[in-house]
Design a protein around this ligand. Structure first.
Ligand code: SF4
Ligand code: FES
Length: 376
């Protein structure tokens, strides 16, 4: 059965001033000249609403680098979509935020790298990023927009989950997402430097349970156990081609944000196809839809409709076979490999994500990136 998609992630651009060591953008970035223009995005939003999409996430890179961001938010609102802006906060001024609120933006999600300013800037590879995040969060609340804080956690900050929840409360957020680093794409280059120890993960799980009961009714705390320490995988993107789609800056439509890391898939583009055609018929969406593609042990597993065999991108990154059982699963033939990889941990400097120099001029004037050597 073909489900309707509920969410669309619009990656408006890959341009971004930060250098996060776990960046989820693909290894090969789309150049500014290849980005969809305003009219193309607005058509995509209308087609998404017609297809049944309810929630639109304006994302990147940093969506604030798009000069037409307010027009895009207005078009999404007119199309009837609930619109969420996912931002690093570096590049959105209060004036732009006010215009976005007037245009009908519903919600803002700001990522934080840590609760401690110096550590946060070091992880982001950008001096002053933390102060910009605090300032934008205050502006979001002033403009009566709903705020979610997204905290990506790993070995350098996992001990401060409680402080991050306190920070989210102080900023006026109604929700915090505590998301562990996902190890594919750029994060694979920093896996050992990002990998928490089992003891850290156990302390974080205990802290979370305490935080949830202490702050019940004040803030929603969403968090999951990091993959490499879990017994079963997550139902990544709610199942491949089942609930959501991603549109890249140049118009390719992907079943998940990391799908381009899988070799051999054919992605259709909104420049040539309607969103409805892509959702129903594109080879990439049909490659791992449902359960018919599964191998054992997933094919006969009672959990196959719960987790859909886990994450295809993680399965490919760890086994070279996108149709393999996600090795995070304790039933997977390659499960032992996950424990071996999780045991490799280091406090070595990060390899920051930097845009190629030919793209950097397009990001922001006067950005303040830290070099790898400035990390510690
Ligand atoms: Fe999920 Fe496959 Fe593991 Fe069963 S064997 S729990 S379907 S990943
Ligand atoms: Fe691609 Fe999980 S990130 S399927």
């Amino acid at each position: 059965m073909l489900h309707k998609p509920l969410g669309l992630l619009a990656e408006l651009t890959h341009r971004c001033a930060l250098g996060c060591p776990y960046c989820s953008n693909p290894l090969a970035l789309d150049a500014r000249k290849d980005e969809l223009d305003t009219a193309a995005w607005l058509r995509v939003f209308r087609e998404a609403a017609e297809l049944g999409v309810l929630q639109l996430h304006l994302s990147g890179g940093e969506p604030g680098t798009r000069r037409d961001l307010v027009d895009l938010a207005a078009g999404a609102h007119v199309a009837g979509l609930y619109t969420n802006l996912i931002t690093s906060a570096v590049g959105i001024t209060e004036e732009t935020l006010g215009a976005l609120a007037k245009a009908g933006l519903d919600h803002v999600q700001i990522s934080i790298q840590d609760s401690d300013a110096a550590s946060a800037d070091r992880i982001a590879g950008y001096r002053g990023a933390f102060a910009k995040k605090r300032a934008l969060a205050a502006a979001v609340v002033r403009h009566n927009l709903l705020l979610t804080v997204n905290a990506v956690v790993h070995r350098a900050n996992i001990e401060r989950i409680g402080d991050m929840v306190d920070l989210a409360l102080a900023l006026g957020a109604s929700r915090i997402e505590i998301a562990h680093v996902q190890y594919y794409g750029w994060a694979l280059k920093n896996r050992a430097a990002l990998m928490p120890s089992r003891a850290q993960v156990e302390r974080a799980a205990a802290a979370l349970s305490d935080l949830r009961s202490r702050h019940h009714g004040r803030i929603v705390i969403d968090a999951v156990i990091p993959d490499y320490y879990a017994r079963y995988p997550k139902p990544c993107v709610g199942g491949w081609g089942r609930r959501s789609l991603n549109v890249t800056p140049s118009g390719k439509v992907l079943p998940c944000h990391a799908a381009e890391s899988l070799t051999g898939l054919e992605f259709w583009n909104v420049r040539q196809h309607s969103l409805a055609d892509i959702w129903a018929n594109s080879p990439a969406f049909n490659a791992f839809r449902g359960t018919a593609w599964m191998k054992e042990p997933c094919a006969s597993c009672p959990r196959r409709e719960l987790d859909f065999g886990g994450c295809r991108c993680q399965a490919f990154a760890l086994t070279g076979d996108a149709a393999a059982t996600d090795p995070v699963c304790q039933l997977a033939p390659n499960h032992a490999r996950v424990a071996e990889l999780a045991a490799v941990q280091t406090d070595a400097p990060y390899v920051y994500r930097r845009m190629a120099s030919r793209h950097r001029a397009d990001v922001f004037d006067g950005d303040d990136a830290l070099s790898t050597q400035q990390r510690s």
